[in-house]
Ligand binder design. Structure first.
Ligand SMILES: Cc1cc2nc3c(=O)[nH]c(=O)nc-3n(C[C@H](O)[C@H](O)[C@H](O)COP(=O)(O)OP(=O)(O)OC[C@H]3O[C@@H](n4cnc5c(N)ncnc54)[C@H](O)[C@@H]3O)c2cc1C
Length: 464
């Protein structure tokens, strides 16, 4: 037998882990070499918040492995193949990755390993249902959430996967978790040059990282707030949601380990539905990798957006929480302060960027991905498209959030706005930078134009 390498990526835990269990079986008496690779390409567009959270999560994983984690510098096709050769491993085991970058990277790593007579073995996924495995009755990928949910509920894994005691083997590291930390100030890679002068972080407060923190968070949530989750989850002021998103993103907890605790109460069913949204977007991205940055709806590509100096000024007001819409400004300040924003406020903020300020949804999606500690290409970019009306829903562009009505409905006593925007309501606070009523009509006009352009393109396609 030969040892197996367990290469950790977005599965930074030691429990409920099919890939680790498979590595233990493959390595047998020769053991498992646990590996993490610091991969510069994977961090492009990722700001200091997620990098810090990732560094802390890797540190916690190393502790859970008794200090045996080998940390190497990328690129992965070189680093992984080199370690496997050094320790004489027969295979490298991973949790499969389903995003466009991860799939490409894993193909290259598999090729590099094969050249040395070794295998890349994929075991398990970061989801309760593996992306690409459910289909409509007609055998098509799902484009609408509710039928996906029905299919997902039938097959979702709800039992954690046991990991046998591990026989861990070491090897020298040439890097450490701190290598994930941000570039030196002034060298923020992967952001547009015109973001210079905008606040790029880090946030002063970040959630506790690591698998133990994730399970602690889960326990506290299922012991209390989940009972009110169905009714209160849209209220941003309280501790109403699980806050498990950064942990789910990095795999310090697996959805199975959450679902196993969820019974049939309304809050528990609702939480399972939210987890299914995450899996729906991963499934959509798997089937349509281009949808990471290109709108799914044909008309979306024709939507006229503003660019130039005026548009950039409006973006800066949005990004710094100075649009004059209190709920949105409070949300954008929460993002800068905590690297996280409540879902209801994400929707209101995204809607204002697209439908009141007439900016490209990709500008907002990039800003979110940079700052969010849970920044996830599938959930973020499809969440943006959903709000922008260019994504998976059938006809949603006309749903334009009114930021003041949203505030009155979901933050009626103003507790959320006061917390992140203490100056709100005080004398001299300027009003909104645009008139919502007028901009809503402008947004709808632009959408009609976009639809007409898409129809004309379809017509031209038919004639050709
Ligand atoms: C414009 C926009 C951008 C978003 N960007 C991200 C992102 O980058 N990463 C991310 O994880 N979520 C994103 N979401 C979804 C959602 O806002 C967050 O998952 C949620 O706020 C995380 O908080 P929580 O863990 O307390 O959620 P809870 O309400 O406790 O939900 C539990 C889990 O279900 C999943 N979930 C909940 N709502 C959604 C949703 N609408 N779409 C997909 N998954 C969901 C998350 O994994 C979440 O942790 C975005 C939503 C919008 C509208």
């Amino acid at each position: 037998m030969a040892p197996a390498v367990a290469w950790f990526r977005r599965d930074l835990r030691t429990d409920d882990h099919p890939a680790l269990a498979a590595a233990a079986a493959l390595g047998g008496a020769d053991g498992v070499v646990p590996l993490f690779v610091v991969d510069g390409a994977a961090r492009a567009g990722c700001g200091p918040n997620r990098r810090r959270f990732a560094a802390e999560s890797v540190r916690a994983l190393d502790r859970d492995l008794g200090g045996a984690l080998v940390v190497r510098r990328g690129p992965p096709e070189r680093a992984v193949a080199a370690l496997a050769a050094e320790v004489g491993a027969g295979s490298v085991v991973v949790t499969a990755d389903f995003g466009p970058y991860g799939r490409r990277r894993d193909r290259e790593v598999a090729r590099a390993l094969q050249a040395g007579g070794r295998r890349l073995v994929r075991a398990g996924s970061p989801y309760a249902v593996t992306p690409g495995t459910t289909r409509t009755g007609q055998g098509q990928p799902f484009r609408v959430f509710t039928p996906f949910l029905r299919a997902w509920e039938r097959v979702a894994e709800r039992e954690p996967v046991a990991v046998p005691p591990l026989r861990l083997r070491g090897a020298p590291s040439d890097a450490g978790p701190d290598d994930l930390l941000p570039d030196p100030p002034g060298r923020a890679g992967g952001v547009p040059g015109w973001w210079a002068g905008l606040p790029l972080g880090p946030a002063p407060v970040l959630p506790k990282a690591g698998s133990a923190a994730a399970h602690d968070r889960l326990r506290r949530f299922v012991d209390g707030p989940v009972g009110r989750y169905a009714s209160d989850r849209d209220r941003p002021a309280g501790d109403t949601t699980s806050r498990l998103s950064p942990h789910l993103h990095l795999g310090t907890i697996h959805p199975r380990s959450i679902l196993q605790h969820l019974g049939d109460g309304p809050g528990e069913r609702r939480l399972a539905t939210e987890l299914a949204w995450r899996e729906f977007y991963a499934d959509v991205l798997w089937h349509h990798p281009a949808s990471a940055w290109a709108p799914l709806a044909a008309a979306g590509a024709h939507l006229r957006v503003d660019t130039g100096a005026g548009a950039r000024r409006r973006f800066a007001a949005w990004a710094t929480g100075t649009t004059g819409f209190p709920l949105v400004d409070a949300g954008m300040r929460q993002l800068l302060a905590e690297g996280w924003m409540h879902n209801r406020v994400r929707m209101a903020a995204a809607s204002v960027l697209v439908k009141d300020l007439h900016l490209d949804w990709r500008w907002g999606a990039r800003w979110f991905l940079w700052h969010l500690v849970d920044g996830d290409i599938a959930s973020n970019n499809h969440g943006w498209q959903w709000v922008a009306g260019v994504g998976t829903d059938a006809a949603p562009f006309h749903r334009v959030f009114n930021p003041d009505l949203q505030r009155a409905r979901f933050d009626p006593d103003g507790a959320y706005v006061r917390r992140y925007l203490p100056e709100a309501g005080g004398p001299g606070r300027p009003g909104p930078i645009v008139d919502h009523g007028a901009e809503r009509l402008e947004a709808l006009r632009r959408w009609d134009e976009a639809k007409a352009a898409a129809a004309a393109e379809r017509g031209a396609g038919t004639l050709r």
